[in-house]
Design a protein around this ligand. Structure first.
Ligand code: PLP
Length: 408
């Protein structure tokens, strides 16, 4: 069965949008955030219109409905990720998920001189918390370099960096290069030396079905808004034995059992890490997004996106002055095409593309160490998802060619 992309597009009202200059929107900024299908928008509106109430608090009907919907979403989302609800902690996104590992696990279990291994292709969300841990508790942070020929992780250097490591944090799929890291091998080798492993799946989850239990990582960070869900929610999936080693880094309402003027006792398991009023509408929206995604074979989705990305990159390589960073032609590449033109500034290029209706991202992509490794301050990035088409890619390549013909 091939994907019915026209039917998929019909689920996304925003794809009908015309920009103020009358141009039809071509949305190629999916690695920043995906668009939302109508069913997600409806599920969130339905909550606000019909049963808006706080969860886990009162005994009235609305509170009951809100609690059931919140926990029902957790059941659906955790099952989608191949695990059980007790191993899932709602967070505001992948950034908070990683911070929870830093402040809730690392600060409790690591001490001065302990080694945390990162890679040069991490998003800032998976760099800065570890730099903070280095200031707070004196951990040593090591960075695995990328091979600049293949734009992949230097696995020989990884093995060297692994020596004596306590924690390894690796991005599943780079938001800049689109490269998928060999996370299975990384997990196996890290566990062999006794290190725990965190995989940042913010970009991986929209492109392949992450099965937490069989993947075997200790922590997996996920963001809803890149996989058809709303902004403001994500989760950290945590293996039970690792969760037992964690302490809460935010305290207050919801996460307590009993509070007296003398002190407090806390809930057990994931409830200990979800403080304050939950993100109820967002969880319900994410649950609807997962239900929507369940209808697709993610390998087919990946194939569709990969076809568009590799074709686009191959055409772009024929445009004089365009250089592509990464190898979108690889089978496991996720649909991000980062590029620069040798004489048109990246910001100018983005504005010119926007005039044609093409939304691409420009900047350092929250990956400045990777930009440093590539020797550039920023790139333009076209990133594709399930609803993009070859026709859109074709019009993009043609428009880019016209820009280059006119301005270079
Ligand atoms: N990690 C990667 C690889 C990302 O691409 C992003 C977002 O761009 C994040 C982490 C941060 O995710 P969130 O927006 O959910 O905090």
């Amino acid at each position: 069965m091939t994907l019915d992309v026209e039917a998929i597009r019909a689920d996304f009202p925003i794809l009908e949008r015309r920009l103020p200059n009358g141009k039809r929107l071509v949305y190629f900024d999916n690695a920043a955030t995906s668009q939302k299908p109508q069913c997600v928008i409806d599920a969130m509106s339905e909550y606000y219109e019909h049963y808006n109430s706080n969860a886990h608090r009162a005994n009235h009907t609305l509170a009951d409905e809100a609690t059931t919907a919140l926990e029902g979403a957790r059941d659906r989302i955790s099952s989608y990720f191949g695990t059980s609800p007790d191993q899932m902690i709602y967070t505001s996104g992948a950034t908070e998920a990683i911070n929870l590992v830093a402040y809730g696990w690392a600060r409790e279990n690591l001490s001065e001189g302990d080694v945390v291994v990162l890679t040069e292709m991490e998003h800032h969300a998976d760099i800065v918390p570890w730099q903070q841990m280095s200031v707070d508790i004196g951990i040593e942070v090591r960075y695995v370099p990328i091979d600049l020929e293949s734009y992949t992780l230097d696995m020989d250097a990884f093995e060297v960096a692994l020596e004596g490591a306590s924690l390894v944090c690796v991005v599943h799929t780079s938001n800049v290069l689109g490269v998928r890291n060999p996370v299975e091998e990384i997990i196996e080798k890290s566990h062999a030396v006794g290190a725990r492993v965190l995989i940042d799946c913010a970009q991986g989850a929209p492109h392949e079905r992450i099965d937490f239990d069989s993947l075997g990582a200790d922590f997996v960070a996920i963001s809803a808004h890149k996989m058809a869900g709303p902004t403001g929610i994500g989760c950290i999936l945590v293996r039970r034995d690792a969760m037992e080693e964690m302490v809460p880094f935010m305290t207050g309402g919801s996460m307590i059992k009993r509070v007296t003027t003398e002190g407090s006792t806390f809930q057990e398991g994931h409830a200990m890490f979800e403080t304050g009023t939950p993100r109820i509408a967002e969880a319900i929206g994410w649950g609807a997004a997962v239900e929507w995604l369940e209808q697709f074979d993610m390998e087919e989705v990946h194939g569709h996106i990969n076809d568009i990305a590799s074709w686009t990159a191959s055409q772009m390589r024929g445009i004089p002055g365009i250089r592509i960073y990464g190898d979108p032609g690889r089978d496991d590449s996720s649909g991000a095409v980062s590029f620069l033109h040798e004489s048109i500034q990246s910001q100018d290029l983005a504005l010119l593309l926007d005039e044609g209706g093409f939304a691409v991202r420009t900047g350092h992509h929250c990956a400045q160490p990777l930009m440093d490794a590539l020797g550039v301050p920023s790139t333009n990035r076209a990133s594709f998802w399930i609803y993009n088409t070859m026709e859109e890619a074709d019009s993009f390549v043609q428009y880019l060619q016209e820009i280059v013909d006119r301005f270079a």
